[in-house]
Design a protein around this ligand. Structure first.
Ligand code: 5AD
Length: 351
């Protein structure tokens, strides 16, 4: 029995992996070994969340951001970037259009933009909920009161990546922020009964395989409904411009191991993965992923929401994006889900 076979057999027996096993899986390079890992993740995905792929429509409604994250192209320090805010009417029209195209989840995402007050966002949520879809918010760290108000307005899910579980690296990359504060937000969201999504970037400067293993165990401990895993892609207008990008290969390994340790979770095959490798999204769907997030931001704004360069889908209209996603899913012998694609909430882990 090879080492990979042994680790996979151990996983099948216990439903868990040791940290050493995770690091071992993340260090695989041999093509045959990688195929074993990916097909195990694919099987675990099939057994736990089935063959359906959920499509989410994202509207990036403001690129104003009060944060200064070293990796991010819409950091407040990027003075060269034209800033935009969609108005309420435009956001609702975009959502309406998405719903009429069959999207059952609308994701509202923005930089951390205090212009959008508690009540503006609550208003958007309740109007979009009235269209009979699930609503995901991804607008950063806000007060517990805000999170509670938006839940009351009907929000179903909240997406807030912790990016790295290494507190030092976190502090370096996100000046003025702390991992503790981030986790506090995630616990509040869980207590408020949101379906909580989080996740990480792979290949951050200074990140190690051991720290990625910790990231995966933290995602498991948080009992996330959803976990987004994408490669770090250096943006030329940031302090990390000259750092190497994360690789598709490592990202796929992290995704696969995450599927093994969070078998219940909704895992997107991310836009970032599709941006560094044109087969990335397909490979992600074959390595444990069951969600595709499609960018429905009106074309005139889309290029301005450049958190990293050469973002996939920068030019395509919603109809062609959806057609391409359906084609991809069908080609893999899977189905596009017609439901809301809700995740399990606040899963508690025994081991
Ligand atoms: N490369 C890849 N992903 C990035 N994000 C932000 N900046 C980058 C980058 N340079 C991701 C983060 C954030 C999400 C909105 O985009 O994970 O949570």
């Amino acid at each position: 029995m090879s080492d990979v076979d042994r680790v996979i057999a151990e996983y099948e027996n216990t439903g868990s992996l040791s940290k050493a096993d995770v690091e071992f899986l993340l260090s695989l390079e041999d093509e045959k070994d990688l195929q074993k890992l990916f097909s195990q993740a694919n099987e675990v995905r099939e057994r736990n969340v089935g063959g359906e792929v959920h499509l989410r429509g994202i509207i990036e409604f403001s690129n104003y951001c009060s944060r200064a994250c070293l990796y991010c192209g819409i950091s407040r320090h990027n003075r060269g970037l034209a800033r935009y805010r969609m108005d309420t009417e435009e956001i609702l029209e975009t959502a309406e259009q998405a719903v009429s195209m069959g999207f059952r989840t609308i994701v509202l995402q923005s930089g951390e933009d205090p212009f959008f007050t508690t009540s503006i966002i609550a208003g958007l949520v309740s109007e979009i909920k009235a269209m009979d879809v699930a609503v995901t918010l991804s607008v950063g760290e806000r007060s517990r009161e805000d999170y509670a108000a938006w839940k009351k307005a009907g929000a179903d899910r909240y997406l807030l990546k912790f990016e790295t579980s290494d507190p030092e690296l976190y502090r370096r990359l996100r000046p003025g922020c702390s991992l503790v504060q981030r986790l506090e937000c995630l616990y509040q969201l869980r207590d408020l009964d949101y379906e909580v999504g989080s996740g990480i970037m792979v290949g951050l400067p200074g990140q190690t395989l051991a720290s990625i293993a910790d990231d995966i165990f933290l995602m498991r401990k948080l009992g996330l409904s959803m976990a987004g895993i994408g490669p770090f892609i250096p943006h030329p207008a940031t302090p990390l411009a000259s750092c190497p990008a994360g690789t598709a290969s490592l990202t796929l390994k992290v995704l696969a191991v995450t599927r093994l340790l969070l078998p219940w979770a909704n895992l997107p095959s991310t836009t970032a993965l599709g941006s560094i490798d044109k087969e990335g999204r397909r490979e992600g769907l074959l390595a444990g992923a069951n969600v595709l997030m499609l960018n429905l931001t009106p074309l005139k704004y889309r290029r301005l929401y450049e958190i990293y360069p050469a973002k996939a889908e920068a030019e395509d209209d919603p109809a062609s994006l959806k057609a391409a996603a359906v084609e991809l899913v069908t080609r893999l012998g899977r189905r596009v889900s017609s439901g809301y694609g809700e995740g399990k909430k606040g899963v508690r882990i025994e081991n």
